[in-house]
Design a protein around this ligand. Sequence first.
Ligand SMILES: [Cu+2]
Length: 469
Amino acid sequence: MTQTHRLFGPFVSGEAGHDRFLTRRAFLQTSALLAGSVAFVGMPSPGAAQVTRNPLKIPPTASPYGFNLTCGPATSDLGGGTISNVLAYNGQFPGPTFIGWRGDTIFGRIINNLSEETITHWHGMVVDHENDGGPHHTVIPGASRNYKFPIIQRAALNWYHPHPHMMTARQVNLGLAGAFIVRDAEEMKLKLPFGPYEVPLIIRDATLRGNNLDYNAPASGFNGRLPMVNGTLNPKLNVDRGYYRFRVLNGANARVFRLALSNGAPFRVIGNDGGFLPAPVSVTQITLGMGERLDLLVDFRTLAAGATVMLRCLDAGWDLLQFVGTGVTAPTVVPPTIMPKIETLVGPSVPTRTFSFDGMSRINGQEFDMNRTDFTVPFGVVERWRFVSGGNGPHPIHVHGASFQVVSRSGGRGALMPWEAGWKDTVLLLDGESVDILIRFDGYRGLYVLHCHLLEHEDHGMMANFVVV
Ligand SMILES: [Cu+2]
């Protein structure tokens, strides 16, 4: 059976010429009608059959209790012997996956072996100003910085990456990023897939010059020529017959991914940036902005040995990751239907503040100034913030210091997306969209930043300082 037949599973069965639901002629006519539409879920990408697939890299796990994280140049096999120069945490691309528990205190240090300043931010972690790893705390080459903070939030997939002003985009693009998984007792009660059945997927794009990652981007954002998952080109993952839990991060500088499975099967979304959703939701497509995360269950119980399913990006028409059935039976998992309860924030019905993301470098008309405080926010008070796109999107808006809840979207897609329920720390603003969030800073007082997570926009100044008082 050809790959095309597998990809068209629901529509085409049997050998060529004996299709059960569509004659070959009808199939070709249908294909012709769909020509040019990359949005058709079952459409294999041109030349897919010729691609040699490389085993998906799974970053090693690391303890956050007494860590040493060295930021420096390294080489990494992107798959199939394509050895690239990269910038890496502890020589790993992606960096090691930290796993820490709610209530514990993490501590350790970063060591800067780069030839320029850097600082490591814990994206999604609610920490005090000194430990946030924002642009005010860069570390010069050869120096180090200590961190120590308690984990005061629920189970979620967070991540860490550089945050030096005007240098973030390049450092991330050349390899500095890793996952940080927070666990808690509520999560354990759900009995989700674990061990080899829980897989982090850091999805991004890249451009190669020779074998090396090459970074060059205009203010509008890096537009990589190739997709990469966990630092692997053309990756494949062998999967047993059962449920898998994918911890997905859009780690791209400037690319929004529209995820779908080639067989049209749904993703069961159980979580996002801030942990578990209030209720699971099944969807066949997910639009994921830069910095956003997903907790997905995918059902491979019926995937036969040797059969394949592709994780695709419908917008780019890219094959991201091929799943290959082993035929081996995985441990039984019952997908949870009741999720841990969360507080629903209640706040003002009119915006407390409005932020317009203008051009490629400004918020409310102003570029970032390290030494200017743009606004102050009272501690412990629920505010309603309105994010408005002034064009040049996408603008995924990320707030440090607290998680928030997305309450409305007008213009553009005109609705909240099912995966935006619960707690978030990054929300995608497409052109023409206006999004309202409710936010309350009840962790720490101090200086934080709000910024666009299109990293070139951020570097060009689409960032603001605020102080929780
Ligand atoms: Cu932006």
